[in-house]
Design a protein around this ligand. Sequence first.
Ligand SMILES: Cc1ncc(COP(=O)(O)O)c(C=O)c1O
Length: 381
Amino acid sequence: MSQLNKVPFFRSAVDESDVERVSSVLRTNFLTTGQVTADFESKLADYTNTGFAVGTMSCTSSMHLCLIAMGVGPGDEVVTTPMSFVATANVIFHVGARPVFADVDLDTGNLAPEQVEAAVTERTKAIIPVHLYGQMCDMEAIGEIAGNYNLHVIEDAAHALEARRNDYGLGSHSNAACLSFYATKNITSGEGGAVVTNDESLADRLRTLRLHGMSADAADRYTGLYRHYDVVNAGWKANMNNIQAALAIGQLERIAQLHRLRINAYNFYHESFAKVQGIALMRRIDNLRHAAHLFTIRVDPDVRDAFLHGLQERGIGVAVNFRPIHLMSHYESNYGCFEGQYPNAEAIGSSTISLPLFPGITIDEQQQVIDAVADIAAELG
Ligand SMILES: Cc1ncc(COP(=O)(O)O)c(C=O)c1O
C-alpha cells in the first residue's frame, strides 16, 4: 500500500529518556547481559509481584526454555489454544512434544477450561494458556486441572503484562508466565522477553539454559578476577542484553501511565462501537484488569477481507490476530488437524480484525477509525 496510514496500527511509546538510557549503555562498553538486565529483572519481578524474573530474547525463547527446564520432550503432549500466534505451538514442536489443541470460549477467545480437561491424556505434561488480547484466562480453573493431573502450567502472557484477574496476577496459578517485549508489545525492547515465576529453582535453571548452560555469565567472568565456567547442560543462546534492558526499563517505570492511556483508548472504542451495526465485540471479563494489548472487532466472515482492505484504503492500519494455528499447513500436515475441529477458534479467526491501539493514539485518530468502520459496515452490510 503506497499511501501512508493516517492512523498507523502501532506507534511506539519510546521517548527521549529511553534513547538516553540506551545511549548511556552504549557508552559503557558493557553491552551484553549485565547490571542493567539485572535491574530490569528486579523491577519486573516487583511489578508482577513474582519472586523472580529472567530476561530473555523473546517470549518464544522464554516458553521454549520453560518446556526444556520442566523436562517436556518426545512422547509428551502439551495442551494449548489454537487461537494464538504460532509461537505458542511451535515451541512445543521444537522440544519434540505434541501440541494438543483445546477450543476457546467464543466470546473471549481464551481457552475454555472444560475443553482443556477433555484434551488431557496420560501423556499430557503441561498446559500453555494464552491471555488473549490482554484478558487473563481463568487461571484458578486451569490451575486446578493442572493440580488434579499433575501438569506444569506455562502462561503465554505476551499480551498480558499488566493483567490481573480477581485477586491474582501472573504466576500465581502456574509455574511460570512468559512475557514479550517485541516491537509492538505494551512495553518493548525491540525484541525481548522474560519469564516471571515464584519458583527459585526454575529461575536458576532458566538462567543457565538461556546462556549455553554455562555456570557463569560474562558479568561473572569479566568483573573482578577471572573465573572459569562449567557447562552444566546443553543450553541455548537466549539471554537479554543490557541494551534491550535499557530500552525497556523506563517504559516499565512509566507502565501505570502507559497502561492508563491504553485503557482509556480501549474504553472509548468499546463504548463507540457498541452503537455500530454489523460488528461484534469481545466480551470484557468481570473483575479483571485488562492489559488492553489489542482491540478487535468481529465482522461477517464473508466480508472480512473487504473490510480489512476498506480500512487500509481509508488509511487505517489493521492486523489479524489470529488465524487459528491448527489450520496452518504445518499443523494440518504434521498433526492431521482439519477445518471444523475447533469451531470457536475458527469463528474468531475468520471474522476478527485488530484496530490501532497504542498509548499515544489521539481521540481524533480513534474517531477516524470508528467512522471508517461504521462507514464500511454500512456499505458492506
Ligand atoms: C500470544 C503470543 N505469544 C507469543 C508471541 C511471541 O512473542 P515474541 O515475538 O516475543 O517471541 C506473540 C508475539 O506476537 C504472541 O502474540
